[in-house]
Design a protein around this ligand. Structure first.
Ligand SMILES: Cc1cc2nc3c(=O)[nH]c(=O)nc-3n(C[C@H](O)[C@H](O)[C@H](O)COP(=O)(O)OP(=O)(O)OC[C@H]3O[C@@H](n4cnc5c(N)ncnc54)[C@H](O)[C@@H]3O)c2cc1C
Length: 468
C-alpha cells in the first residue's frame, strides 16, 4: 500500500476537526510520540492529534481514508511490541483526552470508562466502592484502559481472575471507515451473532479505535497474604508452580523471578527487603486472597508444604502492608530495572503451566548455542514467562541481524512445540510479526488478513502491525 504524506490542506482539515490546540507538529512532540517502551525504536509521525469526541475520531478517519493517510492509535505508550509506533508515518491519534470514568454501576457491578483512563486510577475508584477490576499489568500506574483492551493485557492477578477479555462486556468503537458502532450488549451473557467484542479485544488498534469500554466488576476480596519463596534450582521453581495447582490451590498471584531479575531490581529501587543468598537461583512470589483470613492462613500453610518438597531456602512471609508493597514494587519494577541495567530484547513466551520447566531449560540451552544470557520473570501461574535476552558483548551485527532473529525463532518454535504460543499478553505489534508463521499456517494468516480488510479496506489503521 502506498500512503500519502500530510499536505498543508490535510493539516488544516485536522485543525478544523479538533481545533488548533490539539494538533501538534513540533519536533519535541513528534519525537515523544515516535517511541513507546519497546526496545529503543523510534518512528517519527508527521502529526499528532488529540481528539476529544468519538465524532472527531470519525471525521479524522474519514479524512485519512479519503487521502490514504496512515493513522496509529496511541494510549499511554507503555506497549512492549511496538503497537503504538507510527511505522508508516502519518497521524498519531492519541486518546489521552478520553480520560473519564463515565459510570460505576454498583447495581449491576459494571462500569463504563473512556480509553484514556489509567488502569490503576480505575482500580482505585472501584475499590473505594468495595469493587474489583482484576486485570493489573505491572505497568498499571501508567498504562491506559484502551491500551489494555487493544493488547488483551494480563497481570499478576489474572492467574485467578482472568485477563482483560474476561471483563469486557461491550465496546464503543470508531471503525477505520468512520462509522461509530457498539460491538455487543452490556450483559454478562451474549450469544447474539458473531462476538465482535472479543474480536476487538487484542486487535492491537488495527480494526477500530475504542472510545468507550463497558467492563464487568466483582466484589473486592477483603484480605490477602503474600510470601516469597527462594529456590536453589530454577527448573524446580517452575515445577512447583503446577504442583501448587495440582494440590488444589489457586493463588491470586503466582509470579516467577530469576535471580538476576530480583538482584537487579533490588539495586535499581535500592531495596534491602530480600536477602539474596548465594545459592538461590529463583523466587516465586505467591499471594492468596479471599474474605476469610483463617482459610487464607490455611491455604498459605498448605502451599508452603507443597513448595517445601523442593530445594528451597527460607520463606519470607510478608508481615505488614508495607512489606507487601515493597515486594510488589520489586516485582512490578523488574522490567524497568532490566532496561536500566542492560540492553535487551523481551519475548513474551507462554506455554501450558506444567511445561514451564521445559521452557526455561530450553531457553537457557538456546542461549548457550547462540551465546546470550537471559533473564526470565513473569506470570508463572499462567505459564507466561517474559524472557529478556541480554546483549552483553554480542556484536551489533549479530544483535541487529539474522543471528538473534534465528535465536528468537528457536525460542518461539520451542513454545509451539510445548503447546504454547509466542505472545501471552504483549501482542504481536511490530517486533514479533515476522514470527507469526511459526504459529499459523498460510490459510490461518490469510483469514486474519481478510478480517482486517473487512474492517479497514484501505489499510489505513495502524499499518505495518501483526502481519508482514
Ligand atoms: C514496566 C512495564 C510493565 C508491563 N507489564 C505488563 C503486564 O504485567 N502485563 C501486560 O499485559 N502488559 C504489560 N506491559 C505492556 C503494556 O503496559 C501493556 O501492553 C498495556 O496494555 C499498553 O497500554 P498503553 O496504554 O500503554 O497502550 P499503547 O502502548 O499506547 O498502545 C498499545 C496498543 O493499543 C493500541 N491502542 C491504544 N489505544 C487504543 C484505542 N483506544 N483503541 C484501539 N487501539 C488502541 C495501539 O495502537 C497499540 O497497538 C508492561 C509494560 C511496561 C513498560
Amino acid at each position: 500500500m502506498n500512503y500519502n504524506k500530510i499536505s498543508p490542506e490535510i493539516l488544516s482539515s485536522l485543525k478544523q476537526i479538533v481545533g488548533n490546540d490539539f494538533v501538534f507538529t513540533d519536533k519535541e512532540k513528534l519525537e515523544y510520540y515516535g517511541k513507546d517502551e519497546t526496545e529503543d525504536l523510534l518512528f517519527i509521525p508527521e502529526v499528532v492529534v488529540k481528539p476529544n469526541t468519538p465524532q472527531q475520531i470519525s471525521d479524522i478517519l474519514k479524512l485519512a481514508n479519503k487521502h490514504i493517510i496512515p493513522v496509529t492509535p496511541r494510549a499511554a505508550g507503555t506497549g512492549l511490541s511496538g503497537g503504538a509506533l507510527p511505522v508508516m508515518g502519518g497521524i498519531i491519534l492519541s486518546v489521552e483526552s478520553f480520560n473519564k470514568i463515565l459510570e460505576i454501576n454498583e447495581r449491576n457491578l459494571q462500569a463504563t470508562v473512556e480509553p484514556g483512563v489509567i488502569n490503576e486510577v480505575f482500580q482505585n475508584a472501584v475499590a473505594q466502592k468495595g469493587l474489583f477490576y482484576p486485570p493489573d499489568p505491572a505497568s498499571k500506574g501508567s498504562c491506559f484502559m484502551g491500551g489494555n483492551v487493544a493488547e488483551n493485557s494480563g497481570g499478576p492477578k489474572c492467574v485467578k481472575y482472568g485477563v482483560t477479555k474476561d471483563y469486557i462486556l461491550n465496546l464503543e468503537v470508531v471503525l477505520p471507515t468512520g462509522e461509530i458502532i457498539y460491538t455487543g450488549a452490556n450483559t454478562l451473557k451474549n450469544s447474539t451473532g458473531y462476538h465482535l467484542t472479543q474480536l476487538m479485544v487484542g486487535s492491537e488498534g488495527t480494526l477500530g479505535i475504542v472510545t468507550k469500554i463497558i467492563v464487568k466488576l466483582i466484589p473486592l476480596p477483603k484480605h490477602n497474604l503474600l510470601m516469597l519463596v527462594p529456590f536453589r534450582n530454577t527448573e524446580e521453581a517452575c515445577m512447583a508452580v503446577s504442583e501448587i495447582f495440582r494440590a488444589g490451590y489457586t493463588p491470586s498471584a503466582l509470579e516467577f523471578m530469576e535471580r538476576d531479575a530480583l538482584d537487579w531490581v533490588s539495586k535499581h529501587v535500592q531495596s534491602s527487603v530480600v536477602k539474596l543468598a548465594d545459592d538461590i537461583q529463583a523466587h516465586l512470589l505467591i499471594e492468596v486472597d479471599g474474605n476469610n483470613l483463617d482459610v487464607l492462613m490455611h491455604d498459605m500453610e498448605a502451599i508452603s508444604e507443597v513448595v517445601a518438597k523442593f530445594n528451597i531456602g527460607e520463606i519470607l512471609f510478608a508481615e505488614s502492608q508495607a512489606q507487601k508493597d515493597e515486594l510488589w514494587k520489586l516485582r512490578r519494577k523488574i522490567n524497568e530495572a532490566v532496561k536500566a541495567t542492560a540492553i535487551s530484547k523481551e519475548q513474551d513466551t507462554v506455554v501450558q503451566r506444567a511445561e514451564l520447566p521445559q521452557l526455561i531449560k530450553g531457553i537457557k540451552e538456546i542461549g548457550k548455542r547462540y551465546n546470550f544470557r537471559s533473564v526470565c520473570y513473569g506470570h508463572a501461574g499462567d505459564g507466561n514467562l517474559h524472557t529478556r535476552i541480554i546483549k552483553d558483548n554480542m556484536p551489533d551485527e549479530q544483535w541487529n541481524g539474522e543471528h538473534i532473529k534465528k535465536a528468537i525463532a528457536e525460542i518461539f518454535g520451542l513454545c509451539k512445540k510445548l503447546g504454547g504460543t509466542i505472545s501471552g499478553e504483549h501482542g504481536i505489534g511490530l517486533v514479533q510479526k515476522e514470527y507469526m508463521h511459526i504459529m499459523f499456517s498460510e490459510k490461518e494468516i490469510e483469514l486474519q488478513k481478510q478480517i482486517k480488510k473487512v474492517f479497514d479496506p484501505n489499510l489505513i489503521l495502524n499499518p505495518g502491525k501483526i502481519f508482514v
